[in-house]
Every structure is written in structure tokens, then in C-alpha cells.
Write a protein that binds this ligand. Structure first.
Ligand code: SF4
Length: 347
């Protein structure tokens, strides 16, 4: 077994994150007018709104109340695919809009902002990643869903955090060696779970990178009955503190299934909207992001997710601006690796 790493410099990405302009805070009156307007536009335009768990409570509430869906990136795209609407509006970040378009080429895919990036996607430019893959032609290329359509097209497999371990285990059992990108912590976690031979691209999520293991340990002392829920995009020491490590959907399910009354949660705090909906009698505490090494670019909330505001959403629906397009040759190649994930059966 070998695990090697390919390093990238992520300072430029962090400074981009620092300069993101969040959606404006609205007066109560303006907010309720916009909510009503968006609901009307969704009907008029034969559209459906799909929102990620990390978007604001307004986006998630609107998706649910207008017949849309709130979920992780893969289920967002699946839902759009099965829905009869001719337009899918994706409240999330750009790679999610692209995944929706890869799976739904005949539909119009819109987003409140095309500038809503993801540090993992940004950390994995297709030319550099392809060069890396070309240096190891004997390896199977597996990429996380948080990548551009071009990178998905270069890959053999696309995975989400919910099935990443099972897919790599399956490939490892077939004797395949892996190139994994772009999240170094998720890659490290998968490697430990599967013992697979993996070369890791060195991207990271600016939100999960900020969680601090020592702060979580201190919180555990204060709340000894709390369960610690950790998304595997977090650093290894943070994962080691976890009672449950899992995808956004797995962490949400854990708060319903577990008997604990208190949860310390190491993922984007947008997830609390859904957790409180499912277990309103329980207590949710944000995992600490302060301490040594903290830069607070994110402080447990993704700045790019924060770009999904009501004004931008209404404008997108009204004008059709911010349409996602994917070159057809790229789309067909990317669809092959996305489809492998959808068809994957761990048994
Ligand atoms: S929370 Fe992290 S992984 Fe998710 S979109 Fe933001 S930067 Fe990307």
C-alpha cells in the first residue's frame, strides 16, 4: 500500500473566499414580498427549486414549500431529473448546477449566481489535474462531486461522500490503484477505511478545514452526553473526535436515530435548518473554528453558499439569467463517470 500526495497552493483560493459578497440581509417586508414573488414565478415558469443543505433557511424553506427539494448534490440532480419541470433552479454552488445539467441536458438549469464557487472545485483545475493523471496512466481516477464538468469528464468515476468508501473498497478489491481528487482529508479518511493504494490531490474545503479538534475536545468535557458528528472533509484530528463520520445526509439521519439530546456538529451550519426540523427537541452546537491556525474565512459557513439570496433568485427566474451550460462533448464524457456512481451497487 502506498499513499502519496500532490501539493497545491491554496492561498489564492482563500483570498477569493474572503472577497465573496454575500446576499444582502432584507427587511421583513421585502423578504416576504420576495418569497411570494418567487413562489409565483416558479409556477409561471414551470420551474422547480432544488436547494443544498448548506444554503440559507429561506432557500431551503422555499424549495420545500414550492414543491422542490432540499438535499445533497447528487440527490438534488436526481430529483431534477425525475421532476417534470422544464427549468431546474439550483440554489447551491456552481458544480451542483453543472451536475444537474450533465444529467438533464434537455432542461434549462439556472442558478441565483454563477460566481458561487467551491474551494475544492477551484483547487482542481482541469489542466493540472489531467497532467497529474497522465503521469499515472495505470491508475483509476476517482473524483469527488465537488469538481468541474471538465474534471468529471477526465475521471473514471465520480463519487459523493455518501458512497465514496464503498466505491473505493470495490475498486481496491478488484486490484485497482487510485488517483483521488480533490479533497485531501476525505481522501485520507477513505484510504484509512479501505487500505487502498491512493494518490491524493491536495485540495480542501475552506469551511471544514477550520474545525479544531482541541475545541471539540473541550466542548465534549462541557457536554459529556453530546454526540460529535463530523463530515469527512474535516481534518484527520477532527474526524478522530467523531462518534459519527458521514455525508450531510448521514449526519442529518443521525440526529433522528440517536438517543442523544445534544450534538456537536462539524459541518456547515446551514445543516441546522434540517436538523432542527427533524429533531426540534434536541440541542445543536456548532463545532469550534477558533484556536491555533484559525483564519475564519468561513467560520462554519460557506461564503459561496451565502450568495444564494432571494433577490438574485427572483431575478434569475424573471429573466432566465445565470444559465448553466456545459459543452456537449464534455457533458457526454462527464455523464459516463457520473452514471457509474448512480448505477453503483455495493452488494
Ligand atoms: S462548504 Fe466547502 S465543499 Fe461545500 S461548497 Fe463550500 S467550499 Fe465547497
Amino acid at each position: 500500500m502506498t499513499t502519496q500526495a500532490y501539493r497545491i497552493d491554496d492561498q489564492a483560493i482563500r483570498s477569493l473566499a474572503n472577497n465573496v459578497v454575500a446576499a444582502p440581509v432584507l427587511s421583513t417586508e421585502k423578504r416576504s414580498n420576495l418569497v411570494a414573488e418567487v413562489k409565483k414565478l416558479i409556477l409561471e415558469k414551470n420551474a422547480v427549486l432544488v436547494a443544498h443543505y448548506y444554503t440559507s433557511s429561506d432557500m431551503q424553506m422555499l424549495a420545500e414549500e414550492s414543491g422542490g427539494y432540499v438535499s445533497d448534490s447528487l440527490d438534488m440532480a436526481r430529483f431534477g431529473n425525475s421532476h417534470s419541470a422544464s427549468t431546474i433552479v439550483v440554489a447551491g454552488v456552481k458544480f451542483m448546477g453543472e451536475t444537474a445539467k450533465i444529467l438533464n441536458p434537455e432542461k434549462t438549469v439556472l442558478m441565483p449566481s454563477l460566481d458561487a464557487e467551491c474551494s475544492l472545485d477551484l483547487s482542481c483545475p482541469v489542466d493540472a489535474f489531467s497532467d497529474f493523471c497522465d503521469q499515472h496512466p495505470e491508475r483509476t481516477v476517482v473524483v469527488y462531486a465537488n469538481t468541474s464538468a471538465q474534471v468529471k469528464a477526465r475521471a473514471d468515476w465520480v463519487v459523493t461522500s455518501s458512497i465514496a468508501v464503498n466505491v473505493i473498497k470495490h475498486l481496491h478489491q478488484r486490484g485497482e490503484k487510485i488517483i483521488w481528487g480533490p479533497d485531501r482529508y476525505l481522501g485520507d479518511y477513505i484510504q484509512k477505511q479501505t487500505n487502498a493504494d491512493m494518490l491524493l490531490w491536495q485540495g480542501s474545503c475552506i469551511v471544514h478545514d477550520e474545525f479544531k479538534a482541541k475545541g471539540i475536545a473541550r466542548l465534549r468535557q462541557k457536554y459529556p452526553d453530546a454526540a460529535v458528528l463530523v463530515h469527512p472533509e474535516s481534518p484527520r484530528e477532527v474526524i478522530m473526535q467523531a462518534d459519527v463520520v458521514g455525508s450531510t445526509t448521514a449526519l442529518i439521519n443521525a440526529v433522528s436515530k440517536m438517543d442523544n439530546k445534544t450534538f456537536i456538529v462539524a459541518t456547515d451550519n446551514g445543516i441546522f435548518y434540517k436538523m432542527r426540523q427533524l429533531a426540534g427537541n434536541k440541542r445543536f452546537i456548532e463545532a469550534p473554528t477558533n484556536g491555533i491556525g484559525a483564519t475564519c474565512n468561513s467560520c462554519a459557513h460557506c461564503p459561496w453558499m451565502e450568495m444564494n439570496g432571494l433577490e438574485a433568485l427572483a431575478e434569475t427566474l424573471k429573466t432566465g439569467c445565470n444559465e448553466i451550460t456545459v459543452d456537449e462533448k464534455i457533458r457526454i464524457k462527464a455523464l459516463r463517470s457520473v452514471q457509474r456512481m448512480i448505477d453503483f451497487n455495493p452488494s
